[in-house]
Design a protein around this ligand. Structure first.
Ligand code: TMP
Ligand code: ASP
Length: 237
C-alpha cells in the first residue's frame, strides 16, 4: 500500500491517503502533547511504542467483537487503517477518579467509581474539549441518536474487555478515551488506544504508567509505556 498525500496532521499522529480510497496510513509520531497542545515534547521511541501498543489492543478488541479501523502494522511507526468519517466527540469511561473529574467535582483521586462514569467531550482544542451530553450531540448534529447509543454501549463493552486484559497484567485501567467514526454506514472504533489516551496504574503501588507522567513532569514517560507493553507481552523491537 503506497502513501500518497498527507490528509491530516494531529498532535501525535499524521494520516496519509493511499491508492485505496477506503484505507489510510496512520503514522505515530514522537510528539507528546498535553493541555490541548500547550506543552509539546519529542519523546524518543514513543511513536514506535504506541504503534505496537495500539495494534495489540485493536486486535484484542476485534477478536472480542468490537469492530475497529485497524488492519495491520506496516512499519515501526505506521499502521494501515480503514478511512472512517470521524465523529467530533470523545467518549470517556472512568473506573477510578482522576484528572478532570477530580478538578470538576472536587472528588479525591483514586476513589472507586461504581458503576463506571461515562462522559462525552467535544473534540475541540480551541474550546478545551468541553464536556457535552447526548442532547448537545443530537441538537448540533455531531452524531445521530443511534450513534450516541452505540458509542456508549461499545465504550462500556471495551471497559469489560480491556479492564480484564490490564488486570491480568497487574494494572488498573483508571480511565480512557475512545473516538468513533462511520465506515459506509457502520459505526466503528477509530483513532488509537495507547497510554497517551488512557490512565493505567500499577495495581499494587498505584504508580502512574501513562501520559500523566508527562502532564505532571514525573519523567520516565516512555519507560512506563514500555513497562506496560512488556507486562502485556507486546514484543517491541
Ligand atoms: P481527563 O481526566 O483529562 O478528562 O481525561 C480522561 C481520559 O481521557 C484520560 O485517560 C485522558 C483521555 N483524554 C485524551 O486522551 N485526550 C483528550 O483530549 C482528553 C480531554 C482526555
Ligand atoms: N491530548 C490532549 C493534548 O494534547 C489532552 C491531554 O492528553 O492532556 O493536549
Amino acid at each position: 500500500m503506497k502513501k500518497l498525500a498527507e490528509l491530516y496532521s494531529g498532535k501525535a499522529k499524521t494520516v496519509y491517503t493511499t491508492d485505496d480510497p477506503d484505507r489510510m496510513i496512520m503514522e505515530f509520531r514522537n510528539d507528546t502533547s498535553a493541555f490541548d497542545g500547550e506543552k509539546v515534547e519529542q519523546l524518543e521511541r514513543k511513536g514506535l511504542v504506541n504503534n505496537y501498543f495500539n495494534a495489540f489492543v485493536m486486535e484484542k478488541l476485534a477478536a472480542a467483537g468490537i469492530a475497529n479501523h485497524f488492519e495491520q502494522r506496516l512499519s515501526a511507526n505506521e499502521s494501515l487503517v480503514k478511512r472512517l468519517t470521524m465523529l467530533p466527540v470523545e467518549c470517556v469511561v472512568r473506573n477510578l477518579a482522576a484528572g478532570s473529574l477530580c478538578r470538576r467535582l472536587g472528588v479525591a483521586e483514586g476513589i472507586d467509581l461504581s458503576p463506571p462514569v461515562f462522559e462525552f467531550f467535544l473534540k475541540n482544542d480551541a474550546l478545551h474539549d468541553p464536556m457535552i451530553n447526548d442532547s448537545h450531540i443530537c441538537t448540533f448534529g455531531w452524531a445521530s441518536a443511534a450513534q450516541v447509543a452505540d458509542m456508549k454501549t461499545l465504550t462500556l463493552q471495551v471497559n469489560e474487555i480491556l479492564g480484564a486484559l490490564f488486570a491480568d497484567a497487574g494494572l488498573l485501567l483508571v480511565d480512557y478515551k475512545l473516538e468513533f467514526g462511520d465506515f459506509h454506514g457502520t459505526l466503528m472504533l477509530g483513532d488509537e488506544f495507547s497510554p497517551d489516551g488512557c490512565r493505567l496504574w500499577d495495581a499494587k503501588t498505584r504508580d502512574k504508567l501513562d501520559k500523566d507522567r508527562f502532564r505532571q513532569g514525573l519523567g520516565g514517560v516512555v519507560e512506563a509505556y514500555e513497562e506496560v507493553a512488556g507486562r502485556l507481552g507486546i514484543a517491541l523491537p
